[in-house]
Design a protein around this ligand. Structure first.
Ligand code: PLP
Length: 444
């Protein structure tokens, strides 16, 4: 590790602390010694910071970088597309890259989802799906249906509609109230009957849509039983409710299938996608719509979807996303996610046996795995606030060359290009992290 770093490195850190608003970290924490990492470059599953320290990108950025860092093929595609033209008005015209990407998405998504509406972020995709669901109901002549049901613990984004349907304890919405009318919280991450009860209580004739992640990351990556999504599908069909699957994290191989809904054999009415759609090489997201929904916007002019987005279907992002999907397919990364994910899951079970005092559970699917820690597993005792488990695990991870979201739950979601040796490296490092946690709390 280099401690004698150059003036240039220091200058960047100073200017970051002064001018850059890092999204969710408390500024005071960032100002502590060596708290701020300036990430400079990446190769495969690795990232290097400005002090030349190398880390494994254990959460693929934010579940984004499927094909790994440093893919020159994608930068070449972006440069070629930029040289051809800058941009075309997506409110009125198509571009070839947008058509190619929409066609590919129709080919690889669950059957019946034929049309893609492109936007720039997961939040915007969720926001658009909410508007589509509401206007679809309105266009059918049903103006009573305005409620959107989402589940406890869920996270769907930060624009106002998406924010309103978040029910995660991590996100205090109080300063932003009042929220969107009709944003209804339901229990039932793993039990669809509880969602049905809420629909009935709320009166089905007022419910426009139900939205959920197929396998919820925000809720800790528990995989629902096979009949869960079938029940939700039947519930929505019975009451003309739009079923939205939020695959912003799950999509494009993260769970070992192209789309997580394939695990359940259910086709939703709308799917929101983002993140791995471009592996982060360019910002892009989309709503994938069934013909049932998109046909509801045909007819006279007033029925067209209200509202677009200037950067939606940006030709450079579309071209890069298509190149990214080519890499995922050609290098069989979806299969690798399933295979290497299963291998990591086995190794995590061994770690659980070795550290049974603090590892309460390991679980997941594909390359979306987690470790849950407790202060005392046998006594069922969780970490207390004063234990500062987030800080302890976060520092231990960094010291062992791992970057991820970590606290009482450690996320293990490396790029889909990961190989066996790299998986072993991760497990060895996690072993060290767990040793450190045990000694920090005097549990060894
Ligand atoms: C399930 C889900 N939906 C939507 C979003 C919002 O995406 P973005 O941060 O791109 O706006 C996220 C972000 O992590 C997410 O996890």
């Amino acid at each position: 590790m280099t401690t004698d770093f150059s003036d240039d490195v220091k200058d960047y850190i100073d200017r970051s602390l002064k001018h850059l608003w890092i999204h969710t970290v408390q500024q005071d924490e960032l100002e502590q010694d060596d708290a701020l990492l300036v990430i400079r470059s990446g190769e495969g599953i690795y990232l290097t910071d400005s002090k030349a320290r190398k880390y494994i990108d254990l959460m693929s950025g934010l579940w984004v970088v499927a094909v790994g860092h440093g893919r020159e093929q994608l930068s070449e595609i972006a440069a070629e597309q930029m040289a051809r033209m800058s941009f075309a008005n997506p409110f009125s015209y198509a571009t070839e890259p947008a058509i190619d990407l929409a066609t590919r998405l129709a080919e690889i998504s669950p059957p019946g989802l034929e049309r893609a509406f492109f936007v720039n972020s997961g939040s915007e995709a969720v926001e658009t799906a909410i508007r589509m669901a509401k206007q679809w109901q309105y266009n059918r002549g049903d103006q009573r249906k305005f409620k959107v049901i989402s589940r406890v613990g869920s996270y769907h984004g930060t624009t106002y509609g998406a924010l309103s349907i978040n029910h995660s304890s991590y996100m205090n919405k109080t300063p932003f109230e009042p929220m969107m009318p009709g944003a209804v919280k339901a229990p039932g991450e793993l039990n669809a009957d509880l969602i049905e009860q809420v629909v009935l209580q709320e009166k089905p004739e007022t419910v426009a849509a139900i939205i959920a992640e197929p396998i919820s990351t925000a809720n800790g990556s528990h995989v629902p039983a096979p009949e869960y999504w079938k029940k939700l599908r039947a519930l929505c069909d019975e009451h003309d409710i739009v079923l939205i699957a939020d695959e912003v994290i799950n999509g494009f191989g993260r769970t070992g299938k192209w789309f997580a809904m394939e695990h359940f054999g259910v086709t939703p009415d709308l799917i929101t996608v983002a993140k791995q759609l471009s592996s982060g090489y360019a910002p892009i997201a989309a709503v994938l719509a069934s013909e049932k929904i998109s046909d509801g916007f045909r007819g006279d002019t007033s029925k067209a979807l209200i509202g677009g987005s200037t950067w939606g279907a940006h030709p450079v992002s579309c071209a890069v996303a298509l190149g990214n999907l080519d890499i995922i397919a050609n290098e069989r990364l979806v299969e690798n996610s399933e295979k290497t994910g299963a291998y990591i899951a086995e190794q995590l079970l061994e770690l659980q046996n070795r550290h049974s005092g603090i590892v309460a559970d390991t679980r997941g699917i594909g390359l979306m795995q987690v470790i849950d820690l407790k202060r005392n597993v046998e006594a069922g005792e969780s970490f207390r606030e004063e234990d500062e488990i987030g800080k302890v695990v976060g520092q231990a991870m960094r010291d062992n060359g791992l970057l991820s979201r970590a606290g009482a739950t450690i996320q293990i979601a490396p790029p889909l290009v990961i190989n066996r040796e790299e998986a072993d490296e991760i497990v060895d490092s996690l072993d060290q992290v767990l040793d450190t946690v045990e000694s920090t709390y005097g549990l060894k």
